[in-house]
Design a protein around this ligand. Structure first.
Ligand code: PLP
Length: 439
């Protein structure tokens, strides 16, 4: 298969200039310098074309520069770009109404608009503390919730997110995530692994570390993203809901990566038979315009005027982009995510039969993880191989991203077609074959 010489001369120059003036803290997976994009394809500044299996980490849900999203942004920009959150405007209200209609609660909701995922999580933490009058929050190992101090304190996917930033927020305890491929806890006979984790939370955390009546919330990604695209054991969510109800603890679902149609349902927790009390959204909600939302059951949003706010929340352009995005997802792309996602999953499982380096292929809809291992029995991850596959795929014209220790994530725009999946997987398999050979 033909490979590109990357980075090209134009990309090289821009990267050099970037290094001179931009903070070095950004992760930067590989030297892709974007020029423009359309649908599921992107072009770099040297004219190289790539198929996009990353979508800016699950953000470009309707593809790059969808004409309807562009039109909504242009029309709104021509009317007004900003009015502070001290005032009102129609698009903000319309978005609130839309989110209320699609929120995963069997009762009305209220939304607080934010500018990012981490800000949605901060809002959820503050609301949970405010409503319950309790301080502590339980999170999960491998969880990722953002990088502001509250959210990063609940993040537990890499020590790099904490290194040099202590002291973090007080009142945080982490439990193992119910990862069936890497179980940390010993289950009892006949017990689903998800129930084992809940038993651990109740018997070890609530009875030994933090009193249940001082726990405000349990914060969980229904499918862990940054942690490795991990789908929880099936008994987990029903048991978690029961535990929360038993102790008056709020259940917060961080849907920033997995939500907004990516799994074929509006919210990924809807795949697991439990209703949360609060959800945190961002990323795919506005096709790449910076918008997030903390959506909560109306009856728990008891904080008064002035308790929480922001300058840009409910930005009219972001709201207009979000309304256009949600309509496209509802009419077309959510179903596409389910159908094309299951097609991609089957194709990847077939590829897995030809590669002993692939330990696990898992996913729901268009949130798919491919885990590379050194040993099929012990499941020890092969991060070097995974990194190599990501790099070789890039050289072959496919954008992917890693996550977890040794997982490659596939999170394309939700409008991707079967033939684009075929093309991308052909590149991916070539990258895997060559990586296994040590190229
Ligand atoms: N929560 C989850 C599940 C995420 O995946 C992310 C970002 O990757 C965040 C929160 C933080 O979002 P942001 O980077 O927009 O602050």
């Amino acid at each position: 298969m033909e490979t590109l010489k990357l980075p090209g001369p134009n990309a090289r120059k821009i990267i050099e200039r970037d290094h001179a003036v931009i903070s070095p803290s950004y992760p930067r997976s590989y030297p892709f310098v974007m020029d423009h994009g359309l649908g599921c394809e992107v072009w770099d500044v040297d004219g190289n074309r790539f198929l996009d299996f990353a979508a800016g980490i699950a953000v470009n849900s309707t593809g790059h520069s969808h004409p309807k999203v562009v039109q909504a942004i242009q029309e709104q920009a021509a009317k007004f770009i900003h009015i502070s959150s001290d005032f009102y405007h129609l698009k903000w209200v319309e978005l609130g109404e839309y989110l209320n209609r699609i929120a995963p609660f069997s009762e009305p909701s209220l939304s607080f608009m934010t500018n990012s995922g981490t800000e949605s999580v901060e809002a959820a933490i503050k609301l949970a503390r405010y409503y319950t009058g309790r301080s502590n929050i339980i999170g999960f190992l491998g969880g990722f919730h953002g990088r502001t101090l509250g959210a990063v304190s609940l993040t537990a996917s890499k020590p790099a997110y904490h290194k040099g930033f202590y002291p973090l927020m007080n009142g945080v305890v982490h439990a193992p995530f119910p990862d069936p491929y890497h179980p940390l806890l010993l289950g009892r006979d006949g017990e689903d692994y998800g129930e084992t984790v809940i038993r651990y939370i109740e018997e070890e955390i609530l009875y030994k570390i933090v009193p249940a009546d001082e726990v405000a919330a349990i914060l969980v990604e229904p499918i862990q993203g940054e942690g490795g695209y991990i789908i929880p054991a099936s008994g987990f969510f029903p048991a978690l809901r029961k535990l929360c109800d038993k102790y008056g603890i709020l259940l917060i679902a961080d849907e920033v990566q997995a939500g907004v149609g990516r799994t074929g349902k509006w919210w990924s927790i809807q795949n697991f038979g439990a209703e949360p009390d609060i959800i945190c959204a961002a990323k795919g909600i506005a096709s790449g315009m910076p918008l997030g939302a903390m959506i909560a059951r109306k009856r728990i949003v008891t904080w008064p005027r002035g308790a929480h706010g922001n300058t840009y929340g409910g930005n009219p352009i972001a709201c207009a982009a979000s309304l256009a995005t949600l309509e496209l997802i509802e009419k077309e792309y959510m179903l596409n995510a389910a159908e094309v996602g299951s097609y991609a999953l089957d194709a990847l499982r077939e590829i897995q039969t030809r590669h002993s380096s692939i330990g696990d292929v898992r996913g729901i809809g268009l949130m798919i993880g491919v885990e590379f291992v050194k040993d099929l029995k012990t499941h020890v991850g092969d991060d070097e191989l995974r990194d190599r596959v990501v790099d070789l795929a890039f050289e072959r014209g496919l954008l992917t991203l890693g996550c977890g220790k040794s997982v490659l994530r596939i999170s394309p725009p939700l409008c991707i077609t079967r033939s684009q999946i075929d093309h991308g997987l052909e590149i991916l398999e070539d990258a895997i074959t060559n990586s296994e050979k040590g190229y």
